[in-house]
Design a binder for this molecule. Structure first.
Ligand SMILES: Cc1cc2nc3c(=O)[nH]c(=O)nc-3n(C[C@H](O)[C@H](O)[C@H](O)COP(=O)(O)O)c2cc1C
Length: 197
């Protein structure tokens, strides 16, 4: 981290950020930039994100040494068991594809990322989702440059439904995502202060 505040220290154990990457190219590189600013991140990479990562990632991007990466290699999403060990203080899903948002809204958890979202909810871990479908007309970044995209009514309805979930903050821009992360950091700092008397 860059501001000197520890991320999620509680009872002597360092809790971690969970960050789930989907195969959405919308603000993909910006999401990677934000991950690089955090310490103690567990990165959950959907099978689609693993492919898209290779199309968008710049050669020299290096994640902090404290970052652990979990890929979609098991049918039952084995790494999400860690949500039950109290490891995570926050889950961030950014960027969240239309596919993942739709599954999350309807309670489907058949991928690594949708499982993270479901288990975070069941373990009362606060979740921040950067949904990629936020307006009927948008510009998005394809691997070869910006292109227009027109999210369908179903996509926009799903984003709206996600906003009704308990303990879930839906953000619609990188500025809002930064704000939500800062709010979490402030909450973590106050929690640590209270724990230390
Ligand atoms: C280069 C590239 C960019 C993509 N960008 C988006 C996007 O911005 N939004 C989206 O919903 N899907 C996008 N997709 C499609 C998703 O990768 C696809 O729906 C995938 O099934 C999502 O799986 P996941 O939600 O498990 O990660 C993109 C695919 C490719 C190859």
């Amino acid at each position: 981290m860059t501001d000197g505040i520890s991320d999620g220290i509680s009872n002597g154990a360092t809790r971690r950020w969970g960050w789930a990457l989907t195969g959405s190219g919308h603000f993909f590189t910006e999401s990677i930039e934000l991950i690089r600013e955090l310490n103690d991140v567990d990165l959950f990479v959907s099978a689609a994100a693993d492919e898209v990562l290779r199309m968008y990632r710049k050669d020299k991007e290096v994640l902090p040494a404290s970052t652990r990466i979990f890929k979609e290699t098991t049918a039952s999403s084995v790494p999400v068991g860690q949500f039950y060990e109290g490891i995570y203080h926050t889950l961030i899903v950014s960027p969240a594809s239309s596919n993942t948002v739709a599954k999350c809204v309807y309670g489907i958890s058949d991928t690594l990322v949708t499982n993270c979202f479901a288990q975070a909810g069941k373990c009362r871990v606060h979740t921040i989702v950067f949904a990629c479908d936020t307006a009927p007309e948008m510009m998005t970044m394809a691997p070869k440059g910006p292109v227009p995209v027109y999210p369908r009514r179903i996509d926009l309805e799903n984003t709206a439904k996600l906003k009704e979930f308990d303990d879930c903050t839906v953000v619609e821009s990188i500025a809002e995502l930064r704000g939500a992360i800062d709010a979490r950091r402030a909450w973590l700092a106050s929690e640590a202060k209270a724990a230390n008397g």
